[in-house]
Write a protein that binds this ligand. Structure first.
Ligand SMILES: [Zn+2]
Ligand SMILES: [Zn+2]
Length: 536
């Protein structure tokens, strides 16, 4: 029984853990790297076709985004996730495939002009659609028997609709080990979704540490803070532009705006002010939120629903799905609120709204989430006087504001409380999903607080879950940013796909041993004729 750490080790994104128990192999999360990558991520030690299952903690792309690539490399096992995570992956993985394809097309147009070769997207819409067929929706607290020696249970992690911590009970011979994968742990008292649940029993715990060195401070009344910005902007004839992630943050903002309208929190602006949600993904996600009320909403939100109130809907909410509908927003001269993606202004329709509003002194741009250094959102927050959008220089005259403290992650105190709830003596806590500068310190804090042995593994580190010993050390090579261009990465990915197809074939052939000679001979002929054809 072994676990190998593959992603989000001494870094925050690209979550992926590989477990072998008995004759079964599974992954927990299969995420994509987003933003800066610190350490080289080691390859999964087995061909994709040799993996039996994947368990997904939640739908964020840094936890689910490489599933279509796994499929392209021949994975055909089952993927277990909560009902809402399955629903959200359905829209997010297709959206991600669309982004991969458009990016490859854009690079190819550029390469063509420069006389370069063609590159393939990391994965395609077909890959996304294929992998979505493999999802098995599960309910929270349902004991799911995945295999004879593997049982899993999903606990609410309070981080995103459908988000979970996964408790896996693994058996090998007479031995049993309980391993808890925290997923991303949410902040208590968020709108709409439930608080993170505590788990008390485990031999091993893998836990995230995103805010392992930060405190969120006193809880704030975001509806009140937002109401003030709306009042100050719309009353002087400006637009309030809110860049927000389509899934999660947008729905929280809708929740606050509904409260503002209902509780009449505005002084100068009438409560019927128009609000535009300009993101097709956000529109779909909002629908999914409304469909998962009974399992995912907290008591407050559920009470609203049972009184016939939609917690994230209100009169005056207009949605833009098509790009024509999106363009029409800028022809409307009334002061309004525009919520659009992406949250850090790196892509998407928000850039059009910035182009139309940044130069207007009456308008406000309000940030409602963390802005990674290097993004357009970050440079605006840092007071950039002009920015470049669509080949134009745009003067920044609008007011730039930030709603600090809105976060989907537990802070240091809340993380320590979460791990402190484990009752049984935990053999080891593995600290993952945290910055290189944070994880070791946070491991120390966990050890001090709980008395459990805690360590922050690197990508490639492998531990024996029966003895608790480390049996292999990862390479710990830092990413050489000058080395791999996106194009060469994508090109090598295509060859990897071919090798994976070959491995899948070999695995299939090995499984045929013992079949009737007649069938074996027929298959051998078929394979040979395929190779004959390919060699021509
Ligand atoms: Zn997340
Ligand atoms: Zn995450």
């Amino acid at each position: 029984m072994r676990i190998t750490f593959l992603g989000a080790d001494h870094e925050v994104t690209g979550s992926c853990h590989y477990v072998e128990a008995g004759d079964k192999r599974f992954l927990v999360d299969c995420g994509m790297h987003q933003g800066p990558d610190i350490y080289e991520t080691e390859e999964i030690p087995v061909a994709a076709s040799g993996i039996d299952y994947v368990f997904i903690t939640h739908a964020h792309i840094d936890h689910s985004g490489l599933l279509p690539l796994l499929y392209a490399h021949g994975f055909r096992g089952q993927i277990f996730a909560t009902v809402a995570t399955c629903d959200l992956c359905n829209i997010m993985l297709k959206d991600s495939a669309h982004i991969q394809q458009s990016e490859a097309e854009w690079r190819n147009r550029k390469a063509k002009r420069a006389g370069g070769g063609e590159i393939a997207p990391l994965y395609t819409m077909e890959d996304a659609q294929g992998v979505l067929e493999l999802f098995v929706p599960c309910h929270y607290h349902q004991k799911v028997v995945v295999a004879e020696n593997i049982e899993i249970e999903f606990y609410d992690a309070g981080h995103l609709l459908g988000s979970s911590s996964i408790k896996a009970t693994l058996r090998e011979g007479n031995e049993k080990r309980v391993v808890v994968f925290s997923g991303d742990i949410g902040k208590p008292n968020r709108p709409l979704i439930k608080d993170p649940e505590y788990i008390t029993e485990a031999d091993y715990v893998l836990m995230e540490s995103t805010y392992g060195d930060k405190e969120h401070g006193d809880p704030k009344d975001f509806a009140k803070m937002l109401a003030q910005v709306i009042d100050e902007t719309l009353s002087i004839g400006g637009n309030l532009v809110i860049p927000a992630f389509s899934v999660g943050r947008t729905q929280e903002i809708l929740y606050f705006i509904r409260r503002i309208k209902e509780e009449k929190l505005l002084t100068y602006v009438k409560p019927d002010f128009p609000v535009y949600m300009d993101s097709p993904l956000a529109v779909e996600a909002t629908q999914i939120f409304s469909e998962n009320v009974s399992e995912c909403f907290d008591e407050e939100a559920e009470a609203l629903v049972s009184n016939g109130i939609n917690p994230i809907g209100f009169p005056g909410l207009r949605v833009a799905v098509t790009s024509d509908e999106s363009k029409m927003i800028n022809f409307d001269n009334h002061p309004k609120v525009i919520i659009s993606a992406s949250g850090m202004c790196e892509a998407g329709r928000i850039r059009h709204h910035l182009k139309h509003n940044l130069w207007q002194a009456k308008s406000t741009i309000l940030f409602v989430g963390f802005q990674v250094p290097g993004t357009l959102g970050n440079s605006l927050l840092n007071g950039a006087k002009e920015v470049h959008l669509f080949g134009e220089t745009v003067n920044v005259a609008a007011r730039i504001e930030n709603l600090p403290g809105i976060s989907g992650h537990a802070d240091r105190t809340e993380l320590l409380k979460w791990i402190g709830e484990f009752k049984s003596p935990v053999k080891k806590v593995f600290i993952v999903h945290g910055d290189d500068a944070i994880v070791d310190k946070f491991a120390g804090a966990v050890q001090e607080r709980t008395g459990f042995d805690a360590t922050a593994p690197y990508s490639g580190d492998c531990f024996d879950l029966l003895t608790g010993e480390k049996i292999k050390e990862g390479s710990r090579i830092k990413v050489d940013k000058t080395k791999k261009t996106a194009a060469s990465k994508a090109a090598s990915n295509v060859f990897a796909r071919l090798v994976a197809a070959g491995e899948r074939l070999m695995r299939f052939i090995t499984g045929c041993e013992g079949m009737a000679n007649k069938d074996l001979a027929k298959m051998a002929d078929q394979i040979n004729s395929l190779v004959d054809k390919l060699e021509k």
